[in-house]
Design a protein around this ligand. Sequence first.
Ligand SMILES: Nc1ncnc2c1ncn2[C@@H]1O[C@H](COP(=O)(O)OP(=O)(O)O)[C@@H](O)[C@H]1O
Ligand code: SF4
Ligand SMILES: [Mg+2]
Length: 351
Amino acid sequence: MVDLAPGNLVEVRDLEMVFAPRAKLFGSGKARPVRAVDGVSFDIRQGETLGVVGESGCGKSTVTRCILGAHKPSAGTIAYRDPQGRAVDLAALSERQRRPYCTDLRFVFQDPQASLDPRMTVVDIISEVLRVNGLATGREIPGIVAGLLERVGLQPESAGRYPHAFSGGQRQRIGIARALATRPRLVILDEAVSALDVSVRAQTLNLLKDLQEEFGLTYLFVSHDLSVIQYICDRVVVMYVGQIVESAPIDALYIRPRHPYTEALLSALPVPDPRRQRQRQRIHLKGEVADPANRPSGCAFHPRCRFATELCRTTAPPLQEFGGHVAACHYAADLDLRGVLSDPNPQVAHA
Ligand SMILES: Nc1ncnc2c1ncn2[C@@H]1O[C@H](COP(=O)(O)OP(=O)(O)O)[C@@H](O)[C@H]1O
Ligand code: SF4
Ligand SMILES: [Mg+2]
C-alpha cells in the first residue's frame, strides 16, 4: 500500500533501476550491472512544474521511463494519486493494470521528428490517440482535432498535412497537442525543447506555461539545460550518476546552490548584471559523468569536485536539509557556492 501527502500528485520513493550488465568488448573481468537510477526520492506537487536536471547519462530519462511504465523499476515505489483521488503504486502495476492511467499521464518527447509517424497526417496522429483510448467517435473527431491544433497555435486547416510539411517547432506543437488530446493531469516532458532553436524554444515554453494554467496541468520537466529549467520550473532536482544530489525551489537553487555539481552547472549560465558577469569564472568540470556500472567510492562526484577531501573519497555524503533545500555534500553547510541570481536578502544567504 502507498499513501500520498496532501497536495502531492506523485511521490517517488527509493526508486532503483538496474540494467543487466553489458557484454564487455575489451578486457577481462566481470561486467557489472548498470545502476542507472540508484535510490531516488522526490515529490511532484499538483499543478507545479518540477524540473530534473543533470548532464547526459545521469539517469533522468530512466526515471521518467519508470514513471511511464516503459521500465519496471528494480526497487522502490511510485505513488500516484489517480483521478478518483486514490493512491496507486505505479511501480507495482502490470501493463494491463496500468492502462486506465495512460490517458492521465502523458509524454512529450525530445525529437518530434522521430515520435510522429511520417506516413500519418496530423489528423490521423491525434485521432488515433482519441480512438485507442475510447475518448471520441468518428464524427466528433475532426472538431476536437481542430480545437487542439488551434490551442497549440497551429492552423486547423493544416490537419490534413504530413509531419514533414511542418517546421521543428510546429512538429513539437503537434506532439504537445497529441499529449493533451486525452486531457491528462500529468505531462512528462523529456528534453522537449532541447532540439529547438532559441527563439522557437522560448515560444514553446510560453505555450507550455499557458496550457498549464488553462488546463491545470502538472509538469515533470526534464532537461540538461539550466536556463530552460529556470524559465519554466517551480522546483528542481539535480541528478548525478543515478542519484539526487540537490533539490530546492528554483530561486533558492539559483541564488545559492548547496552542491558543487550544481554550482559548476550554473557557472555556464550568463548572469543579468554585466559587472558580475565579467567577474565570474566558469567552473570547468573535469572528465565525464561517471559510469553508473562503476560508481566512484564515497561521493560519486569526488573525481570531478574541486573541494574533494579524503572523507569524500571514502564516505557517501547523506542528504542534508536547509529549510526545504536539500543537498548531498559533506560540506553543504560550509561552502560558499556561487549562483546566478542576486540574493534579495543577503543576511540570510550569500550575494
Ligand atoms: N536500457 C538500458 N540498458 C542499459 N543501460 C542503460 C539503459 N538505459 C539507460 N542506460 C544507462 O543508464 C544511464 C542513465 O541513462 P539515461 O537515463 O538515459 O540518462 P539521461 O537521460 O540523464 O541522459 C546511462 O549510463 C545509460 O547508458
Ligand atoms: S561531498 Fe565532497 S566530493 Fe562530494 S560534492 Fe561535496 S565536497 Fe565535493
Ligand atoms: Mg535523457
